[in-house]
Write a new protein. Structure first.
Length: 211
């Protein structure tokens, strides 16, 4: 149950939210939708992003259906070809001022999948390969440790300039881990900063300004 100040933003597909799309179509026929076209350029190409918003439509076909606000984004090329189309249901009211930001937030679901889950599977975190270990809780323990490691490394990317300098000098995070595994068993380091300074020097980069 949502609290009084909690909001939601859901991606809606025609096959899973047919009632919502029927309501949107009714509003479109009656002129009850707000349309916000916005031009966008990417290099030499020109696009048009057309946002449509509608307020208080039922999410499902039932008497107790939740009433939601809907938004749609259609991206077209200069000659009219459709490049992208998606729709969302949300609790906050969509307006011409916030519809682009809400659509961007809705599209961030793909960003989470790509930058989080894909990284855990393919960029040095063997997240898919630990299942089946142990008879009770070992696989869950491995999964938790991998997530904690990912959290720690992501935090370092945000706040540690030396770590960022090393990672940006290497082709992938997997390569970074391989270098760590090669260095740590054979060379003594006072702490993590010492290790990062050593790697930066060997990679022929000036130390970043951390002060």
């Amino acid at each position: 149950m949502l609290g009084p100040h909690a909001h939601f933003l859901l991606t809606c597909k025609p096959e899973s939210h047919a009632t919502l799309y029927e309501g949107v179509a009714d509003f479109a026929r009656s002129g009850g939708m707000t349309t916000v076209p916005r031009p966008r350029r990417m290099g030499k190409k020109s696009f048009t992003e057309t946002y449509r918003t509608v307020h208080q439509v039922p999410l499902h076909n039932s008497d107790d259906a939740l009433m939601v606000n809907g938004g749609e984004l259609v991206t077209t090329e200069a000659h009219g070809g459709v490049l992208y189309r998606n729709a969302w249901a949300t609790s906050p009211q969509m307006t011409a001022d916030n519809v682009a930001a809400l659509a961007a937030a809705g599209r961030a679901r793909w960003k989470i999948e790509n930058e989080n889950n894909h990284t855990l599977k393919t960029k040095g975190y063997p997240f898919e390969h630990h299942f089946g270990h142990g008879k009770k809780n070992l696989s869950n323990l491995f999964a938790t440790m991998i997530l904690l490691a990912f959290l720690a490394h992501t935090t370092l990317d945000l706040i540690d300039a030396s770590c960022c300098a090393v990672c940006n000098s290497l082709p992938s995070r997997r390569t970074f881990f391989e270098h760590l595994r090669a260095l740590i068993p054979y060379l003594p380091f006072d702490d993590g900063d010492h290790l990062m300074r050593f790697m930066i020097k060997r990679l022929n980069h000036d130390p970043p300004d951390t002060g």
